[in-house]
Design a protein around this ligand. Structure first.
Ligand code: FES
Length: 232
């Protein structure tokens, strides 16, 4: 059995699944797992699929861990179609989350990148947020982030940033993260890569950060803007 500090593996019961616009919120009974730091991730078993999938924690209500799912592929659809009372294997929390010792936090997100922000917003006391979505249906997820300003395609979240954005904490598609990194080199970016193990063993998540190839599940998933390739 692999030991990862702070992480546990357990079989969690589905407490409920609900639609949030185009997304699904999967609520699992917490059992012995800790919610961890916002931006950390959990490996969720996708029923009928060989490999688990990484998801950042969306909400940590009492006794539960909740994950926002964008049901766009076989694994995410299988998770979105779980029913109350079913159980899946969960492993976490894993990786390095956001640094919460920030003075003027601004959350910047795009699409399913909104996923870690409800928990992050709660832990930071409800900071301002700018969220971008493809459609009004997807934008319904912004209701999970108190006080969020929403922009819809074709407006970019980077077009909506204030001149002095402060301490940016961002999560979203890679082109958005590169654009944020160019504007705010010290921004904290929750990066994405395919992950099969989540604890450094499979080398499936290697990305270039700081000029070196590194395993994102070990150095991230949160990295600084100046650590990512500037040109995308
Ligand atoms: Fe296996 Fe990172 S997911 S090494």
């Amino acid at each position: 059995m692999i030991e990862v500090a702070g992480a546990r593996r357990d079989r969690l019961r589905v407490a409920g699944v609900e639609s949030i616009g185009a997304y699904r919120l999967l609520r699992l009974a917490r059992a012995g797992l800790e919610p961890g730091i916002p931006g950390q991730f959990f490996m969720l078993e996708a029923p009928g699929r060989l490999l688990p999938r990484p998801f950042s924690l969306c909400l940590a209500p009492t006794g539960e861990l909740a994950f926002l799912i964008d049901p766009i592929g076989p694994g995410t659809r299988a998770l979105a179609e779980l029913e109350q009372g079913e159980s899946i294997d969960v492993f976490g929390p894993l990786g390095n989350g956001f640094d919460l010792s920030v003075e003027r936090p601004l959350l910047v997100g795009g699409g399913i990148g909104v996923a870690p922000f409800p928990y992050l917003s709660e832990r930071l006391g409800g900071p301002p947020a700018v969220l971008g979505f493809r459609t009004a249906l997807h934008a319904e997820a912004a209701a999970l982030v108190p006080g969020a300003e929403v922009v819809l395609d074709p407006t970019l979240v980077t077009d909506a940033l204030p001149a002095d954005p402060g301490d940016v904490l961002a999560c979203g598609p890679e082109p958005m993260l590169h654009a944020v990194a160019r504007l705010v080199p010290d921004a904290q970016l929750a990066w994405e890569a395919p992950m099969a193990c989540g604890y450094g063993a499979c080398y499936g998540c290697v990305v270039e950060t700081g000029g070196h190839n590194r395993r994102l599940c070990v150095v991230g998933p949160v990295v600084r803007g100046h650590e990512v390739p500037a040109d995308g």
